[in-house]
Design a protein. Sequence first.
Length: 238
Amino acid sequence: MDIIGNLLGAWAEEINIWSVLFRIAVSLLFAAIIGCERSSKRHSAGLRTFIVIAIGTTFAMLTDMFIFEKTQSGLFILSGASVIATALITSNSILFSSRNQIRGLTTSAGLWAVGLLGLAVGAGFYTVGLLGFIAVLVSLAFFNGMEKYLKNRSNHFEIHLELTSSTYLKEFIATVRKLGLIIDDVEFNPAYVNSGLSVYTISLTVASPELKKYKTHKEIIEALSSIDYVYDIEELSV
């Protein structure tokens, strides 16, 4: 038996008007809190999107459970369809910017997780829903700083580079190698072809032991940005 459902009483574990209202309210609350966290960081999918996904999957599970009680059919068709629909919606929230950056991946995963939370709450698995809610919220809200720290100390990173002329690319590559960086890949970005700039996406590996020990990506990029022919440079991130 579900621990929280058992504490609440038999009404919370059955399908009745009060348990339905309670499950919808719980799904709405969980989704709203996670949606607020995403909205506060100006991500593509915000408060209303998270709420609608959670409410939709909760309705799907409640309807499947009602049909099961009436017909004794073990096929939870609406719940399965809601998972597929959520996957399609989340895939559409992943975007590629003009700088070849993947954006919205974490928010997309958050939407998918909230959809599963809605299914759990709709099924009356309140304990699983609560634990899942806490895990998702902690992952999104509190691991962001740790992720940035680890990425900034990684030996591999990508940069968006804008040069005033393509003739300076060879010189830039030579400078980067002198600093102790290995160039893994150079890709021309055609999105800026009419801007008057030569724009590239460059994959780098930190090879110098001194750079690995003392320099972060931010410090390396700040040093490269001081070069005269570099119009703009920044690290690409997911």
